[in-house]
Design a protein around this ligand. Structure first.
Ligand SMILES: Cc1cc2nc3c(=O)[nH]c(=O)nc-3n(C[C@H](O)[C@H](O)[C@H](O)COP(=O)(O)OP(=O)(O)OC[C@H]3O[C@@H](n4cnc5c(N)ncnc54)[C@H](O)[C@@H]3O)c2cc1C
Length: 277
């Protein structure tokens, strides 16, 4: 098999053909290659492209290069807590050292652990293809399990996390069959602006409960405007359990996923209450 390591995004795009595949950390693609589920003639390694690496401040917030390692995300002080916690939940140290955030996003698994954090942070993706660069909001990016709006030659370059209010709090929870190396049965993330103890701006998402990471807008309506310490948790859980639309599969049953989605959100809000005391 041929192997290319371009130095620029443009060079990578120009090398792409139907029989060549992009690779970053290879932790998802390696599984498919070893099982002969994909048989590309060549791999185009994106990790040599400098502009795709690192976490840095920009005017509109924080920019993350798509080839930034999950370990780096898990240690970053520039990024919101929910994304840091989502990164820490991935695999094992070995997997986190190889895996990239762009690979997690482009693999588009409904259970990807950085995806619900990115949904509640309203991330924007900068993508490059044959006809230049374009920006896509995360809500328009995922179109089904393992499917995104990107065309085959396009690469994800940068993830923008828009600026936050200083009052913004966020959290992430996942549940899997064991602590390390287990793919999420359900995960959930919350981002909230809490001013004077009142939840002003709220974004809630759950993963592995629908074909794509799911924003829970009805659940947000229950929480918005409430005092953080007030009695909204039961109604919030009931609404979340109704709003998700999971399936039963080898990892978990539908009913279990509904219940766990509500409980994970409850756990995030309880932690926010503790922190506020
Ligand atoms: C043992 C094990 C445990 C795991 N545990 C977890 C877990 O707990 N949580 C979790 O979310 N995931 C988990 N994963 C999945 C995987 O590690 C992550 O999805 C990882 O972030 C993928 O990143 P990568 O760089 O390795 O992607 P790669 O395997 O290199 O690529 C994945 C896909 O994305 C494409 N791609 C990669 N980067 C780009 C780009 N910049 N532009 C366009 N296309 C691109 C590739 O062509 C490929 O189709 C696990 C995997 C293994 C093997």
């Amino acid at each position: 098999m041929e192997y290319y390591k371009p130095k620029t995004a443009g060079e990578a795009v120009s090398l792409k053909t139907d029989s060549r595949m992009y690779i970053a950390g290879g932790t998802d693609l390696g599984v498919l290659l070893s099982e002969f589920m994909v048989q590309p003639e060549a791999l185009i390694d994106l990790t040599g492209i400098d502009e795709l690496c690192g976490v840095f401040k920009v005017d509109e917030g924080v920019a993350i290069g798509a080839c930034t390692g999950i370990s780096l995300i898990a240690e970053s002080e520039l990024l919101p807590a929910c994304l840091v916690e989502g990164a820490k939940a991935i695999g094992s140290p070995q997997i986190r050292n190889m895996a990239t955030i762009g690979g997690n996003i482009c693999n588009a698994s409904p259970c990807g652990d950085t995806l619900t954090p990115l949904v509640v942070l309203e991330a924007v993706f900068i993508i490059e293809g044959d006809s230049g660069e374009r920006r896509v909001k995360i809500e328009d990016f995922f179109i089904g399990p393992k499917r995104t709006c990107m065309s085959p030659e396009e690469i994800l370059k940068i993830i923008i996390i828009p600026s936050r209010s200083p009052d913004q709090k966020s959290g992430f929870r996942m549940i899997g069959k064991r602590n390390g190396q287990a793919i999420s049965q359900v995960n959930a993330a919350v981002s909230a602006v809490i001013t004077g103890g009142i939840i002003k701006d709220i974004r809630i998402a759950a993963g592995s409960v629908a074909p794509v990471p799911l924003r829970l807008k009805k659940t947000e309506d229950v929480v918005r405007g409430k005092a953080l310490g007030s009695n909204f948790l039961e109604r919030m859980k009931d609404t979340a359990e109704q709003e998700v639309s999971p399936i039963s599969d080898v990892r978990a049953a539908e009913e279990y996923r509904r219940k766990v989605a509500g409980s994970l959100l409850e756990s995030i809000f309880r932690a926010m209450r503790k922190e506020a005391v």
